[in-house]
Design a protein. Sequence first.
Length: 308
Amino acid sequence: MKSRYTFYIVGSGKKPFRQLAFSGRQALVFMGLLLVLSSILSVSLYAGLTSVRHRNASAALALEMTRKEAEVQAKDEQLQAMASEVNGLKRSLIDLYEFEKKIRVIANVGPASKGDNLFGVGGAIPEDIDTNLLIHEQGEALVREMADQIHETSLAAEEEMGRFASLYEILDEKRSVLESTPAIRPTTGWVSSKFGARTSPFSGKKSFHKGYDIANHVGTPIIAPADGVVTYAGSRGSMGIMLTLDHGHGMVTRYGHLSKTLKKSGEQVKRGETIALMGNTGRSTGPHLHYEVHLNGMPINPVKYILD
């Protein structure tokens, strides 16, 4: 009697099990088919899992490459922006340097003591950095060039600051001299006697008139023709009531025959400020201002210092 083998297959529905009966040889074939099918399913499953892993790895690699490219692009843009800033700063510095030279010409001030160059010996201006190129493709060379230009521009800026500081000192001194130099008429009226040789109205003889006489009504305001300090305010013999201003730099002005002084000795005054009132005091033939200008102790013609 031949051996028979029974296999039960799990099913669904009303019959959860199905029964298959095979002879010995058929059972062996059936078992082989099951093994082959199982191997095929295992290989397919492994291949599917491997494919999923490969796709996931490829996607991750693509994402990483995209991120790296974005980082490189961002760095390029940052370096290009920095290069543009360096170029702009350099151009602004050059404009400032040219403006400084114009000021020196207008103010009649000579070149700076350290020479007339902005970027070191010879004054060579570094060429602008090309911001249209991809910086990462040029390697470290361009980055070093940019660093060198930043250093050179920084040194040039320090040099220009020093030049402007010295120029400011010169202009400030000139401003002080200009503010302290008589430049306007000290009062209103008509000229009754000029500076220089004249016939004295008292003796009838030739004499030298050291001042400039302007006649007007008693009480006419007298103004300071420049900044200064009152060094005398009071009576002074034939000059009557007199006021003296020291403007510095060897410049002194005197005001005689006043009716009243409005400033005291030691007070500082500004150009255009009222300092006294016209009068007829002292040795005078009528109400007027006797105005004198002295430079380093020597009387000079006040007309030279009346510019209005």
